[in-house]
Structures are given as structure tokens and as C-alpha cells.
Design a protein around this ligand. Structure first.
Ligand SMILES: *Cc1c(COP(=O)(O)O)cnc(C)c1O
Length: 362
């Protein structure tokens, strides 16, 4: 029997996630020294990993023969205190990517659908399709969420509405009022999955705890990958009602968040200095890149997150030319945006190098 006749139907047509190119790949492909390569493609933290997290992790290597705490007891207590939630309202994940998938697993039947923006995080679509459910991609005119169109796309078979704010890859931002009005207009049978991966970079991030408190079906997602620079460890979580968290935790693999990720996340939550530095560097870098883009007369979107979208002709060619000089950025062809590049904001020196190489191509 051919394997294709054995695997689940939804797997046969499942698209493959296109990640930002790792430094080593580009080094091999173009014969470059990996140490000289600058990656501004995956919204990673240019300052490196959170200082306190590295210290805590390096002291904890001796206990790796033990399984992790599957319930993330200490980390859960710490987050619940900080957030004013109960530990039973939390769902931990191997990155918040996993929590997205867990939400889909817990909620979607094959006859259901999930609503999302056409240019929002691709994992919403992948997780939906993996469950054999329908991914309803709502157009985003001007690369912004069209909340009315999203409401219109919701029907009796809709289980989840996914939304990232700031959005990835477009970087566009919605206000607290826009988000609250939208959620309050959703029917009761829909769970609103609100992805806050980049909210830490906002001066006044939307706070959805009020929606949970008023009994709305809402789950917020947070990650340690971006502001704390811990993408390689994989640590994220969701927060929602106890009832919803209870069901999502049923489909969670017991030891999904590894020991070092838990330890690093706990230490990171105490590292206010790193957090503030990351935020400040991002702000400074945004201004630096915007200034040069303005001088070059480029169209760009720079509202939120730790990245900027810039419109250029032949974006793929420019992406390729940048790789050849050791600078990796992110094309958006997969999102139906062939004229846009997404640039992760770096350190001042990194931004300068990118801008110099980029300007040569225009
Ligand atoms: C980076 C990112 C995440 C977080 O991913 P992790 O799995 O926690 O590393 C989630 N959502 C969006 C939109 C992101 O860009």
C-alpha cells in the first residue's frame, strides 16, 4: 500500500511552513563565513538571549536526567501572580506556536472553520488545515485587518477567530477599542484567539484580561521568543478561562515545555532591565530605519512589533542580492505580498549595514 493512501487526508494537502533562512544555510549556499552573516528575517532579538535566563539555564544543566515539571508549577505561579490570573487559567507551550496548534486541536472538527486575516501569521492557517477544517482567509485591504469583513465571515460553523496585534507580517496595529468592540460583536460559539507575540514592544499594549473577566471566549497568547530573545528555547503560553484552559490542556503532551525553557522563562520574568533595553533598542532602530527609508522615498509600514515592512520592486531579487552579501531578510511571497520585504529591527550597527547594502540595490 502506498503511504499516501494511509496518511490522513488533511496531511496530503498540508502546506509546508517556510521559515526564515538559518544563517548556516545561507553560508553554505553562497560560500560565506557564517560569522559575517546578519539575520534580520525572523524577528529574533538582536541583543541575544535575556541575560538572567542564560545565567539560570547554565546553572541548571545537572538535572536534565529528570523529566520537566509537566504542570509548569513554579512558572505558572509566577505568571499568574504577575497577570492577576489563576494558574489554572494558563496553557503552556513549546513556544506559543504550539499553543496555537493546541487551540485548533481542542476546538476544530472537520466540518468547522476558523477565520483569520489573509496576511496574518501562517500558523493559524496551518493549524486549521491540519485538523481538516476550513481556513477562512479574509482580505486585508491596505494590509490591515478589516474587522467588519471578519465578522461577516463568521458563521455557525466558525469555532475560532485568530488575530495578531501587532500583526505579523504586516506590522499593523489595532487599538484596545477596536479589539474590544470586535470581540463583543462575536457570537458566543466562537473563541477569539488573540496573539500578543509583539505586544511587549508597544507603549500601550491592548489588555484583553477585561474580556476574559466579562466571560468572553478569549485566549491570549504570549511568547518568550521576541522581547526576551529566547526563540531557541521554545517557551510560550496562553491564558483564558479555567474551563477553556482545562480542555486545551487535555490535548497537550505532558512534558511539552522543557526544563530549561521553564527555568529561562522564570528568570526572564525577573529581568526588567533586559526587557526595557530590548524595547528601547527597538524604538531607536525603528527611527533609524524609518529615517533612511524616508530619504530613499520608500513606502513602508512601521507601526508595531520589532520589524518593518518595506515595498520594493522585485522584492525576491533584492532578497536574493542581500543574501549574497550576507544579509538575510524575509520575502513575503507566501503571504501574497511579492512586493514587500519584512526587515527585523536590529542593533544600530546591524541596521546601518542592512541600510547600506539595501540602498545599493535601489
Ligand atoms: C514569533 C511569533 C509567535 C511566537 O512564536 P513562538 O512559538 O513562541 O516562538 C507567535 N505569533 C506570532 C504572530 C509570531 O510572529
Amino acid at each position: 500500500m502506498k503511504i499516501e493512501n494511509i496518511v490522513r487526508k488533511s496531511v496530503l494537502s498540508q502546506p509546508v511552513y517556510q521559515a526564515g533562512k538559518p544563517i548556516e544555510y545561507v553560508a553554505r549556499e553562497f560560500g560565506l563565513d557564517p560569522d559575517g552573516i546578519l539575520k534580520m528575517a525572523s524577528n529574533e532579538n538582536p541583543m541575544g538571549p535575556c541575560t538572567k535566563a542564560i545565567e539560570a539555564v547554565s546553572k541548571s544543566l545537572d538535572n536534565l536526567n529528570y523529566y520537566p515539571d509537566g504542570g509548569c508549577y513554579e512558572l505558572g505561579r509566577k505568571i499568574s501572580k504577575k497577570m492577576g490570573l489563576k494558574p489554572t487559567q494558563l496553557v503552556f507551550g513549546n513556544g506559543s506556536n504550539e499553543v496555537i496548534e493546541l487551540v485548533a486541536h481542542a476546538l476544530l472538527n472537520e466540518t468547522d472553520n476558523a477565520v483569520m486575516g489573509a496576511q496574518s501569521f501562517i500558523v493559524y492557517k496551518l493549524s486549521t488545515l491540519l485538523m481538516g477544517a476550513e481556513a477562512r482567509e479574509v482580505p486585508m485591504p491596505g494590509l490591515r485587518y478589516d474587522l467588519q469583513q471578519m465578522l461577516d465571515a463568521v458563521d455557525e460553523k466558525t469555532k475560532i477567530v485568530f488575530l495578531a496585534n501587532p500583526n505579523n507580517p504586516t506590522g499593523t496595529v489595532l487599538s484596545q477599542k477596536e479589539v474590544f468592540d470586535f470581540v463583543r460583536a462575536l457570537p458566543e460559539h466562537v473563541v477569539f484567539c488573540y496573539d500578543e507575540a509583539y505586544s511587549d514592544f508597544q507603549d500601550e499594549p491592548v489588555d484583553i484580561r477585561g474580556l476574559i473577566a466579562e466571560g468572553r471566549n478569549v485566549i491570549g497568547l504570549k511568547t518568550f521568543s521576541k522581547i526576551y530573545g529566547l526563540a531557541g528555547l521554545r517557551a510560550g503560553y496562553g491564558y483564558c478561562s479555567e474551563e477553556l484552559a482545562g480542555y486545551i490542556n487535555r490535548v497537550r503532551e505532558p512534558f511539552n515545555m522543557n526544563t530549561l525553557a521553564q527555568i529561562a522563562a522564570m528568570a526572564a520574568l525577573d529581568d526588567d532591565e533586559f526587557y526595557e533595553k530590548s524595547k528601547a533598542m527597538n524604538k531607536q532602530g525603528r527611527a533609524q530605519i524609518e529615517k533612511r527609508f524616508n530619504e530613499l522615498g520608500l513606502e513602508y509600514i512601521s507601526e508595531g512589533g520589532n520589524f518593518i515592512m518595506v515595498k520594493v520592486k522585485d522584492a525576491l531579487k533584492k532578497f536574493d542580492a542581500l543574501q549574497r552579501v550576507g544579509v538575510i531578510v524575509r520575502p513575503n511571497v507566501g503571504y501574497g505580498l511579492p512586493d514587500w520585504l519584512r526587515i527585523t529591527i536590529g542593533t544600530p550597527g546591524q541596521n546601518e549595514r542592512f541600510l547600506a547594502e539595501f540602498a545599493k540595490l535601489l
